[in-house]
Design a binder for this molecule. Structure first.
Ligand SMILES: NC(=O)c1ccc[n+]([C@@H]2O[C@H](COP(=O)([O-])OP(=O)(O)OC[C@H]3O[C@@H](n4cnc5c(N)ncnc54)[C@H](OP(=O)(O)O)[C@@H]3O)[C@@H](O)[C@H]2O)c1
Length: 284
């Protein structure tokens, strides 16, 4: 079967279309004939090696961490799926491989696609949806809370914003000027053009900030938070609470690196009597 692979990390984002054997499912797996594979910022981070600290890849590796398609066979112990089901999934990020004609995925990471979603739409859902659920688990969402999401018009925000609005939060997002209309459709209360921002009126305003931009914008985003406010970053860097919370079995070396790199982020937060967390989405 055809698959899109990389043989090493590269900064020029080079990929190869190769022929590899069709996967054989084990007892716990489902074989999905792919209709669409999602392409998201994680794909770029994986190719360039920027998520090396979290995930180890044995090259050559097939890319792709989101898939929508049809079940073509199931392992002996699979109970909840059968041939012909329309499904979508995000496999564990250290076991990518959805950019191929067939992908074998453990049953526990697969879900049926709701009727109203096309295959094309469904392939864009798993990573952003899981991120949204996991972010709001950490933030312990509150009705009426004021939330800021940087880059909220992107793939993550397009799921996180309607979710937060439907849970009664007041949502402000930043994004590209041409996405102002999209921000309205998503239900955001306020839209800030990131090229012409005026953050003054939002100083010490928000209960929660979801940072998708990372280190360069972190200081500015802490200023937007109220005292005792809570910022969760998808981009800046891990800390001790992150390594304690994640379900993946990180090595001692990884945990030490997370804890050391987190000192600076936790320090920034503590100085202002605010809280910092980091999230790296996990499969479910
Ligand atoms: N840690 C995790 O588990 C996790 C999970 C999901 C996402 N993420 C990260 O979160 C980030 C967003 O993901 P995504 O899927 O939403 O990406 P995306 O679809 O590429 O969206 C990014 C959005 O941010 C906008 N943007 C660019 N520069 C900006 C700035 N300076 N200020 C505000 N907005 C700006 C972009 O607008 P234009 O490009 O149109 O200018 C775009 O609308 C990525 O870095 C991704 O790696 C991490």
């Amino acid at each position: 079967m055809k698959a899109v692979q990389i043989f090493e990390y590269s900064s020029n984002l080079g990929v190869s279309l190769v022929d590899i054997p069709k996967p054989i499912v084990n007892d716990a797996q489902i074989l999905i004939k792919g209709e669409y594979a999602g392409v998201n910022p994680h794909t770029i981070l994986a190719i360039t090696g920027k998520v090396k600290i979290f995930d180890h890849y044995d090259f050559q590796v097939t890319l792709g961490n989101e898939i929508s398609g049809v079940v073509v066979s199931v392992g002996n112990n699979v109970r909840n799926f059968q041939t012909g089901d329309r499904v979508y999934a995000m496999p564990p990020l250290d076991k990518m491989g959805t950019s191929s004609e067939y992908t074998a995925v453990d049953e526990q990471y697969v879900a049926k696609i709701p009727q109203k979603l096309s295959f094309k739409e469904a392939a864009a859902v798993p990573l952003s949806w899981l991120t949204t659920l996991q972010v709001f688990n950490v933030l312990s969402q509150k009705k009426g809370a004021k939330l800021f999401i940087s880059g909220g018009t992107g793939g993550f925000g397009q799921i996180a914003v309607p979710y937060a609005v439907s849970h009664g939060m007041e949502v402000t997002i930043s994004g590209a000027a041409e996405d102002g209309q999209l921000a309205k459709q998503l239900g955001a209360n306020v839209f800030i053009d990131y090229k012409n921002p005026n953050y003054n009126r939002f100083k010490n305003y928000f209960d929660f900030v979801i940072d998708t931009r990372g280190v360069a914008d972190l200081n500015q985003q802490f200023k937007l938070l109220k005292k005792l406010g809570h910022l969760i970053s998808l981009n800046a860097g891990p800390n001790k609470r992150f390594s304690d919370r994640q379900q993946k079995n990180f090595t001692m070396k990884q945990k030490i690196i997370f804890q050391l790199s987190g000192i600076i982020f936790d320090g920034m937060a503590t100085l202002q009597r605010k809280k910092y967390d980091f999230l790296y989405v996990e499969p479910s």
